[in-house]
Ligand binder design. Structure first.
Ligand SMILES: *[C@@H]1O[C@H](CO)[C@@H](O)[C@H](O)[C@H]1NC(C)=O
Length: 247
């Protein structure tokens, strides 16, 4: 199964805390305990569907496509301004999370796109909404997914939209994801799934597949296996798409 997500804005601010006698990175944002191992593969263009499948989907290999939306891969990239969204989809109901820091309580607001546009710069809200059928006109399948049956397995197309400063929990998805950034920046901390046992040793929520670790303030005593956990750093810019494999 595949999920296509369209990220509008996701800015993550990081605060540095002075070090002390605690394990490195204690009570600091996830990733401060050691430098990243590196980043993931970068490409300037989409592969063919065959290569996409063989190398990245079957090979379970993340990849970032830099500036790909500048090449006209997604109409929404140029079209989606606040005024365009208001004019075209203003009366549609959208799903909005209360709180930009994900808590998985699924306490959602059901408001119109217009109401969201009025509020999102001022309030602590984050749109996480299944794109409507009418929005489909602005969203096309990336060319690397245009044959081999990828279209039949798209499970959902989600629009994430905020004024920035959102944070997700550390989690994995039971789907392959393609995530495209229409505006803003997105910072990802990725951990190889072969280290699953370490990540899941403490505070792992099995049915939601996420960790209770506070991604802004990692408690290295509660989560001792995080003390030396290797990780990969990905900095997405507007116009980039990333493929994140299953799990
Ligand atoms: C949102 O509210 C509208 C209007 O009351 C309703 O028609 C729609 O079904 C609601 N959507 C959800 C997901 O609850």
């Amino acid at each position: 199964m595949l999920r296509l997500t369209i990220c509008v804005i996701a800015l993550v601010s990081q605060h540095v805390v002075d070090s002390d006698d605690h394990p490195k990175g204690h009570l600091q944002p996830l990733g401060r305990h050691r430098p990243p191992v590196g980043s993931i593969e970068e490409r300037a263009s989409f592969p063919t569907p065959l290569e996409m499948f063989e190398k990245y989907v079957r090979g379970s290999k993340p990849v970032i496509f830099r500036g790909i939306l500048e090449k006209g891969m997604l109409p929404a990239y140029k079209l989606w301004t606040d005024s365009y969204l208001r004019e075209n989809y203003g009366s549609e109901y959208v799903s909005v999370e209360k709180g930009k820091k994900e808590n998985r309580k699924w306490d959602m607001l059901n408001i119109t796109m217009s109401e969201f546009l009025d509020k999102y710069q001022k309030e602590d809200i984050y749109m996480v909404n299944d794109a409507s059928v009418s929005m489909a006109e602005d969203i096309n399948m990336p060319s690397m997914l245009l044959c081999g049956g990828f279209q039949r397995v798209v499970q959902n197309v989600i629009m994430w939209f905020s004024s920035g400063g959102t944070k997700s929990v550390l989690h994995n998805d039971g789907l392959d994801n393609v995530n495209c950034l229409i505006d803003g920046e997105k910072y990802l901390v990725m951990i190889d799934k072969k280290l699953k046992a370490d990540v899941e040793e403490t505070g792992w929520i099995l049915n939601g597949q996420y960790s209770q670790v506070d991604v802004e303030k990692v408690d290295m005593y509660k989560f001792p296996k995080f003390r030396n956990l290797p990780w990969y750093e990905v900095k997405m810019q507007k116009g980039d798409c990333i493929f994140i494999p299953f799990k």
